[in-house]
Design a protein around this ligand. Structure first.
Ligand code: HEC
Ligand code: HEC
Length: 374
């Protein structure tokens, strides 16, 4: 007769902790893939993934004070002595199994909380300041949003490195302790015989749910109200009828925020020789259009296009499509795509930018017509 002696299993990770862990994997993974690998028009998915990461961390923070023993932050061993003891174990080959996270694991989890929170906050700052979207758009300038772009990207690289280190650590400890730690995060159980947590707690799901529901409702209300405010430094431009008619005849009427006042002035004072065409207008019409363009030029707006197209080419200052920013962002699009119908020309911004007429040019509205791929 064969008697298999199975070690008794002890519950360590409760369902909320496991759900949190794997939902965080999914949402972080989505944010990383959409941020690093996919086109700009995936921004909406990227933002949702980031919002979910932030919500998960907030809920986990509540559970860290109300959950059962191994969910509690109080049982995270962050003391330097615990870290040294763990490192010494690794160096000497001694194995002790922890019920919850070992000291290095606790540091890793804490690091994830801090870095991910930083990424989400800088992400919403960029979204508000640079793209004039989301709950912070009424409070942040383009310059402020732009300021946190590099930190946002650096922290994202850091998270990639941390994920690699975390997986390596889990694999390493699983071999050392002969216990599959990744599976334990699925099943929630570990073999008995580990060092128990120092502090024992029973969970308080009713309080946790109440806090999450109330804080969630307050945050959602505040966020939705803030999202309804106009973007900082973005004044509505009322389209001038003469401009729309006279300047929208041969190409789309370029939004006045797409060039600085000096460029518009030169364009309007040389309409008889307009890029090789005669686009002259009766003087009073030209004067009125010139006034409209000047009053709403790039300097008067804080949108992304207004900020980036303010810097014109030194040699060809009248063309949006010759600005350093335009050339950089469209440089990789093949010439053939611009020539193919329904795009037909570089000046046909609206063919690829669904919101070109409003001058906003948000990443979500970018879509190169499929026909051009032929
Ligand atoms: C008779 C036709 C015609 C009219 C009317 C016209 N344009 Fe143009 N515009 C052109 C052509 C042609 C170009 C050169 C673009 C090209 O290579 O296709 C151009 C280019 C431009 C550009 C530079 C686009 C770029 O490449 O970045 C601006 C800005 C511009 N026009 C503004 C205006 C304004 C403002 C008006 C109204 C006052 C106007 N245009 C009216 C024909 C016209
Ligand atoms: C053939 C399609 C196409 C045309 C035509 C086109 N664009 Fe773009 N544009 C793109 C693509 C694709 C991107 C995204 C590039 C990237 O993220 O690397 C982009 C990016 C941009 C951005 C940055 C958007 C953001 O929020 O980050 C601006 C601003 C912009 N374009 C302005 C213009 C203007 C102004 C015109 C017309 C003068 C124009 N584009 C014409 C395809 C086009």
């Amino acid at each position: 007769m064969n008697v298999a002696i199975a070690a008794r299993k002890v519950k360590v990770w409760d369902l909320p902790v496991r759900l949190f862990h794997w939902l965080l994997v999914a949402s972080c993974g989505t944010a990383l893939v959409t941020g690093f690998l996919l086109e700009a028009n995936w921004l909406s998915v990227h933002i949702w993934a980031g919002g979910i990461v932030l919500a998960l961390i907030a809920a986990r923070a509540v559970w860290g004070f109300t959950g059962p023993t191994y969910a509690r932050f109080r049982n995270f061993t962050l003391s330097p002595s615990a870290v040294f003891a763990h490192l010494k174990d690794i160096a000497t080959g001694a194995v002790h199994r922890d019920g919850g996270h070992n000291a290095l694991g606790a540091w890793m989890v804490t690091g994830f909380f801090i870095v991910l929170t930083g990424i989400c906050i800088t992400g919403f700052m960029m979204l508000g300041g640079m793209f004039k979207q989301g709950p912070l758009k009424a409070y942040l300038s383009f310059a402020t949003g732009r300021l946190v772009r590099e930190p946002h990207e650096l922290l994202a690289w850091l998270v990639l490195a941390m994920v690699a280190a975390h997986i390596a650590g889990v694999v390493f400890e699983s071999f050392r302790s002969k216990e599959n730690l990744a599976r334990a995060m699925v099943t929630g159980v570990k073999d008995e015989g580990f060092i128990p947590a120092r502090h024992v707690y029973t969970s308080n799901p009713a309080i946790a749910l109440a806090i999450i529901a109330i804080a969630g409702a307050v945050l959602a209300y505040t966020g939705i109200s803030a999202n309804a405010l106009p973007g900082l430094g973005v004044k509505p431009v009322t389209a001038d009828a003469a401009w729309q008619k006279e300047c929208g005849d041969c190409h789309m009427a370029f939004h006045p925020t797409l060039l600085p006042a000096a460029s518009w002035e030169k364009i309007m004072s040389s309409l008889d020789d307009h890029f090789g065409e005669d686009a002259s207008l009766p003087p009073e019409t030209a004067t009125a259009i010139a006034a409209f363009l000047k009053a709403n030029s790039a300097e008067t707006s804080d949108t992304l296009p207004a900020n980036v197209f303010r810097r014109v080419s030194e040699t060809r200052p009248l063309e949006i499509t010759q600005t350093p920013f335009w050339l950089r962002l469209h440089g990789e699009i093949p010439d053939a795509v611009f020539k193919a119908p329904p795009v037909n020309s570089r000046q046909n911004c609206a063919a690829c930018h669904g919101d070109a007429a409003s001058g906003t040019f948000v990443p979500q509205a970018i879509s190169i017509p499929k026909e051009t791929a032929k």
